[in-house]
Design a protein around this ligand. Structure first.
Ligand SMILES: [Zn+2]
Length: 234
């Protein structure tokens, strides 16, 4: 086999190995992104739950303050009631006391409602904190495995690329430029043997005269249909 063909085939073997390793690295990416998204979603859910707790706690504090104020007012009303002598004033004071008692009862009920919601919301926060920790622990293990796999492929890839430099140096410069140009658009290969009378890539038949030259001189031709490099196989 002609040395140009041999060195190009060796180069193509390197490139195919490199492509395959790059594909293996790229295949790891979706899972990493998926884990990032799952983590972000869990963090966001936890944030929302914590904010909900804070909002309820704020409402709880406000209502407690209001109840304390109303209680004090109520006690003053009751004290006043004792000092009222006239009937008309007594009726007014009684109704004031009654109204304040009703408001207080409503507020106490609302406070209980908030307390119940707080208990639920704090439970949600705890659950989500636990889930996030579990998720991160699981992901941590998986990421370590992926990192290991990636380190192995990275190492092999570095070796392969170094070998590729040597293989490329053995190809004649103009031919190498042609090869690289074809390879940049055709990931499935840039140089193919003739298959019978036809291009080994697209199956278009190659004129006999050109085939004869290729066989005699070991020259490399470009397929006029698909643009790959062609050589006469053994
Ligand atoms: Zn072709």
């Amino acid at each position: 086999m002609h040395s140009d063909v041999e060195s190009l085939l060796a180069l193509q073997t390197e490139d195919q190995a490199i492509s395959e390793m790059e594909a293996r690295l790229a295949a790891l990416e979706p899972r990493l992104r998926e884990m990032d998204l799952a983590h972000a979603a869990a963090v966001e859910a936890l944030d929302r739950a914590r904010h909900a707790v804070e909002a309820e706690e704020g409402g709880h504090r406000e209502l407690q303050t209001r109840i304390a104020q109303h209680k004090a007012l109520h006690e003053r009303n009751i004290a006043q009631l004792d000092s009222v002598r006239r009937m008309k004033e007594a009726t007014a004071a009684m109704s004031q006391v009654e109204q304040a008692r009703r408001i207080l009862a409503e507020e106490e009920g609302a406070l209980q409602g908030i307390s119940r919601r707080l208990t639920e919301l704090r439970g949600t926060v705890e659950t989500q904190e636990r889930e996030l920790a579990e998720l991160d622990a699981t992901h941590g293990t998986e990421r370590a495995t992926i990192d290991e796999a990636r380190a192995v492929v990275d190492g092999q890839l570095a070796e392969r690329r170094a070998t590729r430099v040597g293989s490329a140096a053995r190809v004649e410069r103009i031919l190498l430029q042609k090869y690289d140009r074809i390879r940049s658009v055709r990931r499935d290969g840039a140089i193919f043997p003739l298959r019978g009378p036809s291009c080994g890539h697209c199956d278009t038949s190659v004129p006999m005269q050109r085939r004869n030259v290729m066989a005699a001189k070991g020259s490399i031709e470009v397929c006029e249909t698909c643009g790959v490099l062609l050589y006469a196989g053994t």
